[in-house]
Ligand binder design. Structure first.
Ligand SMILES: CC(C)(COP(=O)(O)OP(=O)(O)OC[C@H]1O[C@@H](n2cnc3c(N)ncnc32)[C@H](O)[C@@H]1OP(=O)(O)O)[C@@H](O)C(=O)NCCC(=O)NCCS
Length: 193
C-alpha cells in the first residue's frame, strides 16, 4: 500500500491535560473552510510568526486542493469537528536536506496550555522517524519564546541564531532561530552502548 493511502487512513484519539479528547488526522480536501477559520482565530500580532498569508482564502484553498502528504504533511487536531491545532512536517524529497524534515506547529489560542502542541510535535517526530528521516528542524523568529521553550522541552537543541536576519510582512527585522532534533531509533541507541 502506498504511503499516501496509508496516511489517509491514519486517525488517532488523544487525551489532553484537561481530560478532553481530541482527534488527530492529516489534512483533507474538505477541510478548506475549517482550516481557514482556524487561521483567522490567530491574533494578528501573532500572524507574523507564520510564513504564509494564511488569512487569504486562496492560500488555504491551494493547500487543500493540492494535498501532497509526501511533501507537506499537516497533522490536524479536532474537537467536535473544529480544527484546534496543526503540526506540519515539510520534506525536501531530494538534495542536501533530504534526510531532514521541518516541523511547524500552531495551536488555537483557546486550546493552549493543555499539552496539544507537545502531543502534535511528538506525533510528527514519530512519523518522521518512521519515514526514515534522520533529523527534524524547526524555524522561529526570536520573539517566539514560548515555542522555543516548548521545543527545547521536547529535546530540540538550538542550532543557530542570526541577528535581524528575517523580515515580517510589515518589513520589520527579527532574529532567525533554528532548532533541531536527531531522530535516532531505539535500535541505533542500543547499538551504541
Ligand atoms: C507555542 C504553542 C504551539 C504552544 O502550544 P500549547 O498547546 O499551548 O503547548 P503545550 O500545552 O503542549 O505546552 C508544552 C510545553 O511548552 C511550555 N509552554 C507552552 N506555552 C508556553 C508559554 N506561553 N509560555 C511558557 N511556556 C509555555 C509549557 O511549559 C509546556 O510544558 P509542560 O507540558 O511541561 O507544562 C502555541 O502557543 C502557539 O501556537 N503559538 C503560536 C505559533 C508558534 O509560535 N508556533 C511555533 C512555530 S514552529
Amino acid at each position: 500500500m502506498s504511503f499516501e493511502s496509508e496516511l489517509q487512513k491514519y486517525e488517532k484519539e488523544i487525551k489532553l491535560k484537561d481530560g478532553s479528547s481530541c482527534k488527530l488526522r492529516p489534512l483533507r480536501k474538505e477541510d478548506e473552510k475549517g482550516f481557514h477559520e482556524f487561521f483567522l482565530a490567530v491574533p494578528e500580532a501573532e500572524r507574523m510568526f507564520i510564513k504564509h498569508r494564511v488569512t487569504e482564502p486562496q492560500v488555504i484553498r491551494d493547500w487543500c486542493r493540492n494535498v501532497d502528504l509526501g511533501r507537506n504533511l499537516p497533522l490536524l487536531a479536532f474537537i467536535g469537528g473544529k480544527i484546534i491545532g496543526d503540526a506540519t512536517l515539510h520534506q525536501q524529497l531530494g538534495g542536501w536536506k533530504r534526510h531532514i524534515g521541518r516541523v511547524s506547529v500552531l495551536v488555537h489560542p483557546q486550546y493552549r496550555g493543555r499539552g496539544l502542541a507537545r502531543a502534535l510535535v511528538t506525533e510528527i517526530a514519530d512519523m518522521a522517524r518512521n519515514l526514515g528521516l534522520e533529523k527534524v528542524e524547526a524555524e522561529f523568529i526570536g520573539e517566539q519564546e514560548a515555542a522555543i521553550k516548548m521545543f527545547a522541552l521536547l529535546g530540540f537543541s538550538n542550532l543557530l541564531r542570526l541577528k535581524d536576519y528575517v523580515k515580517d510582512m510589515q518589513a520589520g527585522s527579527h532574529d532567525y532561530v533554528l532548532m533541531g532534533l536527531d531522530l535516532k531509533t531505539d535500535e541505533e541507541y542500543a547499538g551504541m552502548g
